[in-house]
Design a binder for this molecule. Structure first.
Ligand SMILES: [Zn+2]
Length: 420
């Protein structure tokens, strides 16, 4: 067997003939020629036999490693004059538009990124993290299930910060399947508007319930004409508890500020570790945090009252109460919070009163914590890894690739036209 024939079989790239194989230090360069006489626009798939010219320099892609060898594909490409996109280098059947990697390579990296940490991935595939981000974006663009927005009846929308500072993406999930179906950079009314644009009027009208946080931005979009016109707007327990947890954190910060002004600096120092002890669910505390919490209890005062209020609210949504019972306890919580004299709690209680109907709707419709909190926790883990990406789309891609409707097909799982 000739070496070119052997490499054609080994690499298994669609639509090419291998013309040369060159062994260089630590890498193998395989020259290929496209078999089709037709040229294809990489952007839109327009085909023609008319060439515009030939690209003066060869094009390169990295393919899957061959043992310890790095494998590079090289081809002289023609240029096409697309009526829509103008003069472009022709598209190739084995790589995505604009990529320096073959589709096989990208599909493998896209899958690895969902299950492997940054350091391991970089070492294994020998590309930097930002390049991984760009690969993920391309895999997401072509890999999302086209029917993911069908049969969306109970939806949840949430914002996620993907980088320190104020960089957000908005995510829409399907409560029935527990998967994300849509995402975009931003967290305002216009961001959610583009979700409804993608969904279309008919499918938007099918949504029966939509859960969200208690801010005004998403609700404003949901209530617009042609959007979620038939949906009950719910505020799921996750967001209600989050609201009160934020109030608790404000009280904590105030107490800390007051302590710092005291002559005894030790008290403020000891208090520093209190944040997570207070904000985490009691069941998730480490031994140290549990001890901190016991100390705070002995100290009593504003902070302990605030903590007790937060825990009382959380208990309401344990999932074992009827809508009426939740309503009653919620009212009792609000009066207590308003009488507490703790300013952040007075504000939170006012918001809860105003949103009462929507909170109870979530309980009635079973738009519960478990699904949402579970997704949220997994998103935070992914986002921690996505730090270091330079674009919101790469972070979004990692979330969608891991928790969205994408079927990962690895190179060896794909059926090829020609099997040897
Ligand atoms: Zn085109």
């Amino acid at each position: 067997m000739r070496v070119t024939t052997a490499f054609k079989r080994l690499m298994d790239l669609p639509g090419v003939t291998v013309t040369d194989v060159d062994f260089q230090p630590a890498r193998v360069v395989v020259s290929v020629r496209l078999r089709s006489a037709k040229l294809t626009c990489p952007e839109c798939g327009f085909t023609t036999t008319a060439r515009y010219d030939t690209r003066p320099v060869p094009s390169w892609w990295r393919h899957l490693d061959l043992g310890r060898w790095r494998l590079e594909v090289r081809a002289d490409l023609r240029r096409i004059d697309c009526p829509t996109h103008g003069a472009r280098t022709e598209g190739v059947p084995f790589a995505r538009a604009g990529s320096k990697f073959t589709r096989d390579f990208e599909d493998l990296v896209g899958w690895l990124a969902t299950i492997m940490d940054k350091t391991a991935l970089r070492r294994l595939v020998r590309i930097d993290w930002d390049t991984v981000g760009r690969i993920i974006e391309r895999v997401m663009a072509t890999g999302l299930d086209k029917r993911r927005l069908d049969n969306l009846f109970v939806a949840g929308v949430d914002e996620v910060s993907w980088r320190k500072g104020h960089s957000y993406v908005t995510l829409v999930s399907n409560h029935t399947t527990g998967k994300f179906v849509w995402g975009k950079e931003g967290k305002d009314t216009a961001t959610l508007d583009s979700f409804f644009d993608d969904l279309g009027e008919e499918r938007s009208a099918q949504i029966t319930a939509m859960s969200m946080d208690m801010g005004p931005a998403y609700e404003k979009s949901a209530k617009k004409q042609h959007h979620a016109v038939n949906a009950v707007i719910c505020y799921d327990p996750f967001h209600v508890v989050q609201l009160v947890t934020t109030a608790l954190d404000k009280v904590r910060r105030q107490v800390w500020q007051d302590l710092r002004k005291l002559p005894d600096q030790e008290a403020a120092k000891r208090f520093k570790g209190a944040r997570w002890a207070l904000l985490k669910n009691p069941g998730d505390l480490t031994d140290d945090q549990a001890a901190t919490l016991r100390r705070l209890k002995r100290r009593g005062g504003d902070l302990w009252r605030a903590y007790a209020l937060k825990e009382a609210l959380r208990a309401i949504f344990a999932g074992d109460l009827t809508e009426d019972e939740v309503g009653e306890l919620l009212d009792r919580f609000c009066s207590k919070a308003q009488r507490s004299g703790l300013k952040p709690f007075v504000t939170a209680a006012r918001t809860i009163r105003k949103r009462r109907a929507g909170i109870l709707a979530a309980v009635r419709l079973g738009v519960n914590n478990a699904c949402h909190e579970g997704l949220n926790r997994r998103v935070r883990l992914i986002v921690n890894r996505a730090y270091g990406f330079h674009s919101a789309n790469a972070a979004l891609g990692l979330i969608m690739l891991t928790l969205g409707p994408i079927d990962h097909v690895l190179p060896h799982e794909r059926r090829r036209a020609v099997d040897p």
